[in-house]
Design a protein around this ligand. Structure first.
Ligand SMILES: [Zn+2]
Length: 505
């Protein structure tokens, strides 16, 4: 039988930085005192809300967990060996899709090419996904099936990598990857649900109680929604918040009636939180839209300043439509050029504070002031600095790199910050990304760090608020009692709040 009421006596609340009694009644934090509550004395040990990760890719993370990966491979031979092993397990008619390729870990001469993949197989389609998710290297079987050749123009917001003679070199960057989604075999709902549960089991082990998927509808909106709802019904230990791809809801091929796929889901466990729109790409892949140019290197050509996913007028119109339909919009904008366009789009909604900007990695003082005035939420990923420093140094040089993720300036200006992971691009342990916000890695301006309490709030209460969940991420009365068992607190899992289910298995 579930317990009705518990009081955690002398619990240290890290958000308020005070020690007090915290009452839990039927899974929610309550105003005390509650007669008959069972008492647990924490003797000043912390009682913490579970973390909220407001920017993740849950299904892709889960699929990566069930798919082969070359993450962690230190040499080209090791990568090719892994791919060769994985190829042996590919069923007839299936593709080999491998994740986690990070050419920045290899020397230039070691990087893999189309020819390398073709030496593995010219029959089985092979896709090697860049660790950032912003590019994929494919073999010629994929190019053939996708109909990509030297005559194919770059799609809007994307680039087909080419050799000197114009033939594709196997790299599909940004939206050029959409050609893959159209022709690759799709996962079924059951596989997707299992992937979501696999991912959330890992999240739960990291102390995360709520996660937002930022690209629901990338593969197939209705299948994905059914998979998330199914995972929630099967006792998914993490609350699911979904941001739907703009095109899946408003685009010409949008499929109506998707709301039905979630009707059975308990909205506190699984619901749609908003709409996701891209303004640009990523810095490591040199596709984020920056002012000025990326540092040389033969490809891309010098003077290259990234890719806008949409023309500015189109971006504004997309944001307006989602806004008018009543949604919160989250705009991915990494470069400073993209950031200006994103802010303009939000300003034109007349209600910018309802919306979010994702990443905002390059922002000068004027832009930071503008973010504060707009009052939109800004979701930053501190782990990028630790994971991709080398790529940033190569693409931007030391000075521009040092200023990336100006969290300190943003906080001092009053920007409403939250911290997220962008998993599976990063490992995404909240303890790690909170620490990286308070202790920036070497090469990054230490003035741009956050104080520990602000960083912690940005990973809990503020992250929940960015998802529209005012009743998550804190120990305030009315909040869900998603409580973390802190080893130091003397709490054991059976003493956690009745709503915290991560101890279930
Ligand atoms: Zn993301």
């Amino acid at each position: 039988m579930k317990e009705e009421a518990v009081v955690y006596r002398n619990a240290h609340d890290p958000l308020r930085d005070e020690t007090r009694d915290v009452w839990v009644v039927r899974g929610r934090i309550a105003e005390g005192p509650v007669p008959g509550a069972r008492a647990v004395d924490l003797r000043g040990a912390p009682l913490r809300p579970k973390f909220v990760d407001p920017h993740a890719h849950v299904l892709p993370m889960g699929l990566d967990l069930v798919r082969p990966s070359v993450a962690g491979c230190a040499s080209r031979e090791e990568i090719l060996d892994r791919l060769r092993d994985a190829l042996n397990l590919v069923a007839r008619g299936d593709w080999l899709v491998a994740a986690g390729y990070d050419p920045n870990r290899l020397s230039e001469s070691e990087s893999l090419s189309l020819d390398d993949l073709d030496r593995l197989s010219t029959d089985v389609p092979i896709v090697l996904r860049h660790v950032s998710g912003h590019g994929s290297l494919v073999n010629s079987a994929v190019l053939r099936i996708a109909g990509i050749d030297d005559q194919t123009p770059d799609p809007p917001g994307g680039r087909i990598g080419r050799r000197a003679d114009g033939r594709p070199n196997g790299w599909l960057l940004e939206r050029a990857q959409e050609a893959l989604r159209k022709v690759a075999p799709k996962e079924d709902v059951e596989t997707m649900a299992r992937a979501v549960l696999r991912a959330c089991q890992k999240l739960s082990e990291m102390g995360i109680g709520t996660v937002a998927d930022m690209m629901t509808g990338y593969y197939d909106l209705r299948r994905e929604l059914r998979a998330y709802a199914l995972a929630a019904r099967r006792g998914c230990p993490v609350r699911l918040r979904l941001y739907l791809q703009w095109s899946a809801v408003f685009g010409p091929k949008a499929r109506h009636g998707w709301e039905e796929d979630l009707v059975d889901a308990d909205p506190s466990r699984c619901r749609v939180a908003g709409i996701k729109v891209f303004a640009d790409g990523a810095l490591g892949a040199r596709t984020a839209a920056i002012r000025g140019a990326y540092l040389g290197d033969p490809t891309p050509p010098s003077g290259w300043s990234g890719v806008l996913t949409y023309r500015p007028a189109r971006l504004r119109e997309m944001v307006r439509r989602a806004h008018e339909a009543g949604w919160s919009v989250a705009i991915h904008a990494i470069g400073d050029h993209a950031l200006d366009l994103a802010m303009q789009a939000l300003r034109e909604t007349g209600e910018p504070s309802r919306h979010r900007i994702e990443h905002a990695m390059i922002a000068d003082e004027r832009q930071i002031g503008e973010l504060a005035r707009l009052g939109c939420r800004v979701c930053v990923q501190p782990e990028f600095l630790a994971d991709f420093a080398e790529a940033y140094a190569q693409s931007l040089g030391p000075e521009r790199m040092a200023r990336l993720n100006p969290l300190g300036s943003m906080h001092r200006a009053g920007v409403r910050l939250c911290l997220g992971s962008d998993r599976p691009i990063c490992k995404g342990d909240p303890e790690d990304y909170v620490r990286l916000a308070t202790h920036r890695p070497p090469g990054f301006d230490p003035e741009e760090r956050l104080d520990p309490r602000t960083a912690y709030a940005a990973a809990t209460k503020e992250a929940a608020a960015a998802l529209g969940d005012a009743d998550l991420g804190s120990l305030e009365p009315g909040s869900w009692a998603d409580l973390l068992a802190d080893p130091a607190s003397g709490l054991n899992p059976s003493e956690r709040g009745p709503e915290s289910r991560s101890d279930a298995s």
